[in-house]
Design a protein around this ligand. Structure first.
Ligand SMILES: [Zn+2]
Length: 176
């Protein structure tokens, strides 16, 4: 499926930029109705806060292509956040931002059950979420999501633990 091609591109971009201390662990691609794409990664913004990949991709989209056209889809390594942990995020939740910009279809590499328990729960909020059926893409995105366990264990208020974690584990599940 074409969405998995974009998911592969997102993972590649994350892998290439993995050791950049300003980069987080999530990648997103916005795919317009004519196949035009804008992609971005989550970034560290200081004081323990991150700008999420979806928010960064939307920001770039506004700069380059203007308003989001109807039919635009989002492809993300991890399903969008809702309202949890706003103290570690810059701005609104990605679910809110996507819906506000008319994006209701999201293809993900892994369903983040810390955010919402199921596809049906996203659907209740207005997002149609599909999860990759490609086992390799799924396992990479699951391994990435599992790193949040280490993040939660090590996080100190106002700090960014990712550079240290990434140095230790490399790019999961491949390592260094
Ligand atoms: Zn988010």
């Amino acid at each position: 499926m074409i969405e998995d091609k974009y998911l592969t591109d997102a993972i590649t971009s994350l892998r290439v930029n993995w050791q950049d201390p300003g980069v987080g662990i999530v990648a997103a691609v916005l795919v317009g109705p004519h196949g035009q794409t804008v992609s971005s990664l989550s970034t560290y913004e200081g004081e323990g806060r991150f700008s999420h990949a979806e928010a960064n991709a939307l920001k770039l989209h506004f700069q380059w292509l203007g308003k989001v056209a109807p039919g635009t889809k989002a492809v993300v390594t991890l399903s969008p956040c809702i309202q949890l942990n706003p103290e570690t995020r810059v701005g609104k939740s990605c679910t809110e931002m996507l819906l506000e910009n008319g994006i209701s279809q999201v293809h993900v590499g892994h369903l983040d059950t810390f955010q919402l328990p199921s596809i049906a729960a996203y659907q209740e909020l207005g997002l149609q979420v599909t999860v990759t059926e490609d086992p390799q893409l799924g396992s990479i995105c699951r391994a990435l999501a599992n790193l949040f366990g280490q993040y939660v264990d090590r996080r100190q208020p106002g700090e960014n633990p990712w550079p240290e974690i990434k140095k230790e584990v490399g790019f999961p599940p491949f390592g260094k």
